[in-house]
Design a protein around this ligand. Structure first.
Ligand code: CA
Length: 292
């Protein structure tokens, strides 16, 4: 079993035990598209044969230095007439279902503007025969490399374009999620010549739900001692680096790493964005531990 397969299995097992079971292909907390399987992860445009259809790029993702090669999803658009004129891609498979019921209150993703025009990246969705688009637009300047964006699912953060369903009703029955570029909130996107790299599209919880999830992680690692070189490998925060000095990281020490991360999550959106990736890497390190 590969590391990624094991991690995916771990998430399903963990959150399946915390939340009610979801139908096949429905959203679940912790779900992540990292495109390591060489596919486009069911992200598509209307014309699959278009030269502007999404493609899997086998290397150059945000973790290329540490997980070489790191595949990612490339979206592109022509900016002219016809199919592929707009930067917009939809998913009607794994990114559907009852988001709030699954405890999913936001999405984080890594983005990289690989084109020559500035892009304002947004999310949009359809649910309960209504359509919504994010008010938040994540500005991507060409040539600035990979950046992590987080979109929160609160009613005030979204504009409704069609239908009569409430925001809550739509998020309880999402039928389509979209990634797009638009200066203003939109469901269809704007005509633009653009190329954007996308990776690690992840269903994330609000901080209180995250605390519950991390409690589950801590329960799983109770009783195991993790060599410090594994815990501190690829460390990026001072919380992690200080454990480099330890020859062994005890269960208590590892719990304190999680606790400090949790505390930082409580301080709001900015730290939530910044701390997600280090936390994810910490989780990866736990997965690499010598479990009996
Ligand atoms: Ca990737």
């Amino acid at each position: 079993m590969s590391k990624r397969t094991f991690i995916s299995f771990f998430w399903v097992a963990l959150f399946g035990s915390i939340f009610a079971a979801n139908p096949v292909n429905a959203i679940f907390l912790g779900q992540i598209d990292d495109f390591s399987d060489g596919t486009t992860g069911n992200w598509a445009i209307g014309n699959a044969s278009s030269p502007f259809a999404p493609v899997n790029i086998s290397s150059g993702g945000p973790f290329d230095a540490t997980e070489s090669p790191d595949a990612f999803l490339q979206l592109s658009s022509s900016g002219t007439m016809g199919a592929g004129s707009k930067l917009v891609s939809f998913n009607i498979n794994q990114w559907t279902g009852d988001f709030f019921g699954a405890g999913v209150t936001g999405i984080s993703l890594d983005l990289n503007n690989l084109g020559s025009n500035p892009v304002t990246f947004r999310l949009a969705l359809a649910g309960a025969e209504s359509t919504f688009g994010s008010n938040q637009g994540f500005s991507l300047t060409p040539g600035t490399g990979w950046q992590q964006a987080t979109f929160d699912f609160t009613a005030s953060d979204f504009t409704q374009f069609s239908g009569t369903a409430t925001f809550e009703q739509a998020f309880a029955g999402v039928t389509e999620l979209r990634l797009l570029s638009s200066t203003n909130p939109a469901f269809s996107g704007e005509t633009i010549a653009a190329t954007v790299g996308v990776d690690n599209i992840q269903a994330i919880p609000e901080p209180s739900t995250l605390m519950l999830s991390l409690t589950g992680v801590m329960v799983l690692i109770i009783g195991y001692r993790i060599p410090a070189k594994l815990v501190a490998k690829k460390a990026e925060t001072s919380n992690h680096r200080k454990y480099l000095k330890d020859s062994k990281v005890s269960r208590d020490n590892l719990d304190s790493v999680h606790s400090e991360q949790c505390a930082e999550f409580r301080f709001g959106r900015t730290l939530l964005i910044r701390k997600l990736s280090p936390l994810r890497r910490l989780k990866y390190r736990v997965m690499q531990s010598p479990f009996p």
